[in-house]
Design a protein. Sequence first.
Length: 146
Amino acid sequence: MQTVGYYNGTLAPLDELMIPATDRALYFGDGCYDATTFKNNVAFALEDHLDRFYNSCRLLEIKFPLTRSELKDKLYQVIDANESDTGILYWQTSRGSGLRNHLFPEDSQPNLLIFTAPFGLIPFDAEFKLISREDTRFLHCNIKTL
């Protein structure tokens, strides 16, 4: 099945999409993302997800340049370009690209990555077994992990 993605204006098969090694998402995880499902090429609760995405950008002080309408157009461009009409829609922005530096780059533009992935939607009446575990990630600050 053909799955395509988008990165800063380039729409290509997902396996061929190139992201520069200097994207701050790569070495700092410096960015934010959101995701939703879609069915019949319609994204679920997209306005709510866009609210959260733009709020995340604001809180992280990422000057995301696209309007909601422009971003929605790009999200639907990727949904429509894929062969499946049901799946997960994922998008992320990073603060931009540049040589590794802890200071926020002043002159870089945020990068935008969008892709979909096949995903069978789970029926609402499905039952699940759940195991919960304590989250200990913050007890391991000696590990530099993404």
